[in-house]
Write a protein of this length. Sequence first.
Length: 336
Amino acid sequence: MNICNDIRKKFTVAVIGLGNIGMGYDVGLISSDFVLTHVRAFIEQAEFQLVAAVDSNPKLRKIFTKLTDLPAFESIEQLIKFYKVDIVVVATPTNTHYKILQNILCLMKPLAILCEKPLTGNLNDCVDIVESCQNKGVPLYVNYIRRADPGVKEVKSRIEKGLICSPFKAVIWYTKGMIHNGSHFLDLFYFWFGKIKSARLLKSGRKIGHEDAEPDFSIEFENGSAFFYAVASENFAHYTADIILQNGRLQYEIENKIFWSQIMPDGLLSSGRKLESPAQIIVSDMSHYQLNVANELAKALNGFPHSLCTGQDAVEIMIALNEILNLNKQMGNIHE
């Protein structure tokens, strides 16, 4: 293994965790067509230099080295013997995030940390790690990938310009747990529509693992309401959002397609109005979602505006989710 510190002057990156989002999703896929993992994203993005990875699984380390010709270490302690990296990516299971983030802050002071979502499965841990990063002066970002998608950013721009107008009322369908996957859409609405005012349990749902569940719930924002409904993931995966606004209808459909239909006069009824048809397609690029995130991280590191979820944003999301989880437990009729 050839280890050296003679690296081009880019932001150097180490990826901790070589599972699906760390490396696995892209194995066997053509790099020009898909960038779905951190490993490929930080190889492809011009302002970064991937230098190493960390994983406890020797088989994954071997695959990484074969694919990249870069070293993979068993632990962070081994990594820092050879490299002082600028960016640390945490792509391990959620229940390991808190301990790994603590270890990073104890052993290193990177320019930034990018952590997989959710930041932690526990609100207290989430608050603690965000405060620890702030105290050490290490920017922390959480990988809610849709924020970096061009289509999602275009919707945000139209909202800011007054082309898509609140108030709104939305229905969201989600699977595979409120924290694990429902949080993606809660963060998306937080990104689009601003601060969360309150959270309410509509119907208790089954427990998923130790720290997740599948309830139906609603979130009140400053300018509208969103109703989240769970679908059993063993039936089929499903993620959609249907948003009715003051001046039209916004749809986030399966396969991450975004449609906007503005209100227009009804040609048959002089006083009537209807939604335009066909709807406008707002172009997204979820085939390169992790490269989109890396591009936004490059902006953040260079002092430019970016769309990434910050650690404090993640705390706000977790506060609402924690309230729903506590209500879900209190209902007493949760089943596995």
